[in-house]
Design a protein around this ligand. Structure first.
Ligand SMILES: Nc1ncnc2c1ncn2[C@@H]1O[C@H](COP(=O)(O)OP(=O)(O)OP(=O)(O)O)[C@@H](O)[C@H]1O
Length: 631
């Protein structure tokens, strides 16, 4: 083994004839680790590791610390994966503290000493909750400046080879979100971005709609110069950015409107598949009138539905510069949680923690997310407006959910507590709404055929009367590297319509099923929507990217029963869907018509008025900076 001038042991010197990529070689040298002592530091393409140089006793043997004959293992970390290192910094001349471990060979003078230093920045999982990532820094020192600089260069070169890490990001900060601490949240995590040398263009919003306007008006060319956009705020703020991104860029046929579905279901209940090559109807009656969406090109396919799925492994066309492809694996969306609910962050990272989210962003973690396209056909019972499109990443809800959001707007000053207060008020009112919901049936191996009661009118048979004690169904919870989200990209109930169409499958067998009656609430969850009030979420087995909405219909029932359902929602391990008055369907699309005057929806926590709407899911339409749900 040869030792070079910098004190590095380079294994290639052992094998001069071997043709090995230099960077794959293990390199190591003796340095001092702050608070630990002298270590042999080694690096390869996977990890940076160190091993304590233990002090030798007078007889030349290494001492080991023991207690009653039991060898004590050091609790100090001895390695970090390169994929978990987000920065390395040269720190110039300064203190390296003496060892806190008794058997370590201390720094040069046996106590704190000054030398040149460099710090490696990464993370560790919290001991109490593995989804919570905490910052970890390791400061190494050496008397020789060149040795430290060589280490910084080596570690940097390995970090730079990590794929998918962002270099440049758009950041929107909602200063008033949650408890009004959006700006402080950003100040806390901004150093992580600067250490990781990620450039950030930060906009602190001045009003609602500010981030939407920037995202909708930015040119595709400029957008392509960024690796993603980060929202520092709540779910509503993220929703605004998502809509700004998609409003003019996502071109897809609308889902069928409720009248067309009712007509088609009236004929034979079968849905047919639209021809993807069909030219969208751009007749003036469908031209978008919504102020947020003036630039969008509407397209629709009559009463037929086109189900669309995207694969996470598509090719990337972003380098074309002048157009912005969707989906877009390179351009990702991130959230630094600072809102009142933060359900999207909790479902995609497993934690509600700004540092965890910031680390997952700078380390370039990715997860695909379904997006629901919600089209409003009528705002009120009498209006004759043009379709208006919104996108939702977590949830669309009517009845109780819409009323809580509407009521809570009056109590914004309360901060996050407004939802509890408004929720109690709305619960005590116990209103139900007459409506009709039609949803597209999907046949998958896992799913039971929809029960016949879906076709019943609850006005003639109140379903809660036949209540039976809940029986726990098996739930397949979405987790990191979820096989349902990964595998069912291959299933055949949808048409693949990625940038390159890969296959088409008829959905002729699919039927629109209808449920009509009085509902306390109607909810469509894109993801499980776990949050602090509902620890398992609204739908525990909803998935991030399975291409399905979880439609939850809560039929009119006595208040006590509804309270029972709500308490199950609020309980970890509860069973809120296992009641006779609750219907749960997994579907790629549904339509809704109100028969009363009420028409308030809640989209990702934001108000949306719609008397008639339809919604469809776009599988994996966006990619998030997140490591996936850790439950
Ligand atoms: N500077 C601003 N002033 C007022 N409203 C803003 C501003 N910036 C954004 N908004 C709007 O505030 C709304 C709520 O934002 P956000 O989601 O961050 O907070 P929240 O309601 O406290 O959290 P959550 O959605 O998690 O319940 C969003 O719809 C957004 O459009």
């Amino acid at each position: 083994m040869e030792i070079n001038e910098d004190g590095f042991i380079e294994k290639d010197k052992l094998h001069p004839k071997m043709q090995i990529d230099r960077d794959e070689l293990i390199v190591s040298s003796n340095v001092f680790l702050d608070h630990v002592g002298e270590v042999i530091l080694s690096i390869n393409s996977d990890e940076l590791s160190w091993k304590l140089v233990e002090s030798a006793d007078n007889e030349g043997r290494f001492q080991s610390s023991s207690c009653l004959g039991i060898k004590l293992a050091s609790k100090v970390e001895t390695e970090i994966k390169i994929s978990d290192v987000y920065a390395v910094e040269f720190k110039n001349w300064g203190l390296i503290h003496e060892s806190v471990t008794p058997n370590a060979r201390a720094s040069l003078l046996g106590r704190d000493s000054e030398m040149y230093r460099f710090t490696v920045h990464g993370f560790q999982r919290s001991n109490t909750k593995c989804s919570l990532w905490v910052l970890a820094t390791y400061t190494f020192g050496h008397m020789d400046l060149q040795t430290c600089q060589t280490w910084v260069d080596k570690i940097s070169s390995f970090i730079n080879k990590e794929v998918g890490r962002p270099k440049s990001l758009l950041v929107f900060v909602h200063p008033l979100s949650g408890k009004g601490n959006g700006s402080r949240t950003w100040e806390t995590v901004a150093p992580i971005f600067s250490r990781a040398k990620v450039k950030t263009k930060v906009t602190v919003t001045e009003r609602a709609g500010h981030a939407f306007d920037v995202m909708a008006s930015i040119s595709d060319k400029e957008l392509n110069s960024y690796d993603g956009v980060v929202a520092v705020g709540g779910d509503g703020f993220f929703n605004e950015i998502l809509n700004g991104l998609l409003s003019s860029r996502h071109k897809a046929p609308y889902p069928p409107n409720p009248v067309e579905v009712t007509d088609s279901a009236g004929n034979n209940g079968n849905a047919s598949v639209a021809d993807p090559n069909e030219t969208p109807d751009a007749s003036p009656q469908y031209r978008e009138q919504d102020p947020l969406l003036q630039s969008s090109e509407p397209c629709r396919t009559g009463y037929q539905i086109l189900l669309i799925t995207y694969s996470c492994s598509y090719e990337n066309h972003a380098d074309e510069g002048t157009s912005f492809p969707l989906p877009n694996e390179r351009f990702r969306l991130g959230i630094i949680p600072s809102g009142s609910t933060d359900a999207i962050v909790i479902c995609t990272t497993g934690a509600r923690d700004p540092v965890t989210s910031a680390l997952q962003i700078v380390l370039g973690r990715s997860v695909c997310l379904d997006i629901a396209q919600v089209v409003r056909w009528k705002t009120t019972s009498s209006s004759k407006d043009a379709p208006c499109v919104r996108y939702a990443a977590s949830f669309a809800g009517y009845g109780f959910y819409g009323d809580v959001i509407k009521e809570s707007e009056n109590y914004r000053w309360m901060g996050p507590k407004r939802y509890d207060y408004a929720g109690t008020k709305v619960f005590l009112r116990h209103r139900s709404y007459e409506a009709e919901v039609a949803y597209l049936e999907v046949k998958t191996e896992k799913l039971e055929p929809p029960p016949k009661k879906a076709l019943l009118d609850s006005r003639t048979q109140p379903l809660w009367r036949s209540w039976v004690p809940p029986k726990k169904p098996e739930r397949e919870v979405c987790r990191k590297n979820c096989h349902i989200c990964n595998e069912s990209f291959k299933t055949n109930h949808v048409i693949t319509h990625s940038p390159t169409i890969t296959h088409q499958t008829n959905v002729e067998d699919s039927k629109w099923l209808r449920s009509k009656g009085r509902f306390l609430s109607i909810g469509a969850a894109v993801i499980s929507c776990r949050n602090e009030r509902a620890p398992d979420g609204l739908v525990a087995d909803a998935h991030l990217a399975d291409g399905l909405l979880d439609l939850i219909l809560i039929k009119d029932c006595p208040r006590a029963f509804y309270l029972w359902h709500l308490t199950q929602l609020a309980k970890k391990g509860g069973d809120p869907l296992n009641f006779e008055f609750v219907e749960h369907f997994k579907t790629p699309a549904f339509t809704f018509t109100s028969f009363g005057e009420e028409s308030i929806w809640n989209l990702d926590g934001e108000l949306f008025q719609a008397h008639q709407l339809s919604a469809q899911i776009f599988r994996g339409l966006v990619t998030l900076f997140a490591s996936g749900p850790e439950v």
